[in-house]
Design a protein around this ligand. Structure first.
Ligand code: RNT
Ligand code: ZN
Length: 414
């Protein structure tokens, strides 16, 4: 323990905040680190090219992981530079096998190397069916496609993904969240939105029909406002999935990039939480639109973290990340983004919550503003550094050197 930490701890104590308690709580919050930042959402299928289906990483920085082995090595480096124990968020297109199953042929064994590795390093895994980057998704219609054959293909993919997720959750003793996102939508104004939405609902019902053990896997559904190529209408809109999640008792996934840029996503949490049991977050940074930039320690993230803490939602929110930037070091992107999420949570945990809430309760808005603004000068960095030190993770100059050295090591990959 450093004197710097001791001094900071005392400052927080003077504000009525227990820094030790904040550190303990932060240590108990796993972040689901998304595999797809490591290779620009490429995956490891042996397949011919098809469109990205509304998802595209831009950039050509050297060092992208080309194999599951490289991706795991990069993840191990990332985890070693992120304090605490976290999870891996795996997409179905990241299977690790010599076989070439199509999406409707994937099985648990195709993902077993990931499970063995996760066991070795002691982490949990979350899962996602992959409904994009495939010839049968080139119309930007999958589960809501008018062609029953195409819908059935994707239903089978989704059904198998749930089984695989349940297998993973069982093997690792920790429920895998299985998040469903489909790119379905229309470039220009459709005339029968209802038909498309009924088809999506029917396909989801078929996919979710089989009961899975909630201790092994949890279903989640993710909405979106629009995507490239589906500017006019997204079948799985926010209202669609909010209703669906309530009716079917699934998790609702809120991706911070999937709303209008002026909407405050943090504001949605307390409303959604009144009707939905558990929430999944895709923490992202939209720039003008759903651009999936690496998350910064900015106001949006701080507001999100503060809502999670103040609304007491940490126990029923799964925090996942969803950004991908191919113009910078992939490992640096992971580590910087994940640490920013943690820093935001730590700041929220260190706020004088009771005092702020009491001020608001008695309509003392001056006090609320005064405390909020003064709190911005509290010595958060000293508490963060202590958290990293206790977790044997570098900060400051050694941290920067660590990221740079690893990037130099992988830069020669072709
Ligand atoms: C796409 C969704 C979705 C994907 C991942 C790769 O707009 O945000 O979550 O980013 O499934
Ligand atoms: Zn997302």
């Amino acid at each position: 323990m450093t004197t710097r930490y001791e001094t900071a701890r005392q400052v927080f104590a003077d504000w009525g905040v227990d820094a030790e308690r904040a550190l303990t709580r932060l240590a108990g919050i796993p972040i689901s680190v998304h595999c797809w930042q490591g290779d620009d959402v490429g995956g490891f299928e042996r397949k011919s090219g098809s469109s990205g289906g509304g998802i595209q990483a831009t950039g050509n920085h050297p060092g992208r992981a080309r194999t599951p082995q490289e991706l795991r090595a990069d993840l191990e480096f990332a985890y070693a530079n992120i304090p605490g124990k976290h999870r891996l968020n795996l997409h179905a297109c990241y299977l690790d096998t010599d076989e070439s199953p199509d999406r409707d042929g994937i099985e648990y064994r195709h993902f077993e190397p990931w499970v063995d590795w996760a066991k070795d390093i002691g982490i949990g895994i979350d899962f996602n069916p992959t409904f994009f980057a495939h010839a049968k998704a080139d119309d930007n219609l999958t589960l809501s496609h008018p062609d029953k054959g195409i819908r059935d293909f994707w239903i089978e993919h989704g059904r198998r993904s749930r089984e695989i997720a349940a297998g993973i959750g069982k093997a690792l003793g920790s429920a895998a969240v299985n998040n469903i996102w489909v790119p379905d939508g229309y470039k220009d104004t459709p005339v029968d939105r209802m038909a498309a939405r009924r088809r999506l609902e029917g396909s989801l019902d078929a996919m979710l029909a089989e009961k899975q053990d909630r201790a092994a896997m949890l279903d989640a559904v993710e909405s979106k406002l629009f995507g490239i190529g589906v500017e006019a209408c997204t079948v799985g809109s926010h209202e669609f999935y909010l209703g669906y999640a309530i009716r079917k008792n699934t998790l609702l996934c809120l991706d911070m990039g999937h709303f209008h840029p002026t909407e405050n996503i943090a504001d949605k949490l307390s409303s959604v939480a009144l009707s939905v049991g558990e929430i999944l977050l895709h923490v992202s940074r939209p720039m003008r639109w759903d651009s999936d930039h690496v998350i910064l320690l900015n106001d949006d993230i701080l507001a999100m973290a503060q809502e999670l803490v103040f609304a007491d939602l940490l126990g029923r929110t799964h925090i996942g990340l969803d950004f991908f930037d191919a113009t910078i070091s992939r490992t640096a992107a992971w580590v910087i983004g994940t640490r920013n999420m943690q820093k935001a949570l730590l700041r929220a945990l260190l706020l004088p919550e009771a005092r702020l809430k009491a001020a608001e309760e008695r309509l003392d808005f001056t006090g609320r503003l005064l405390w909020t603004e003064e709190a911005k000068d509290l010595p958060f960095a000293a508490i963060w550094d202590e958290f990293c030190a206790r977790n044997e993770v570098p900060t400051g100059q050694p941290f920067i050197a660590s990221l740079e050295a690893y990037q130099a090591k992988v830069a020669g990959r072709g």
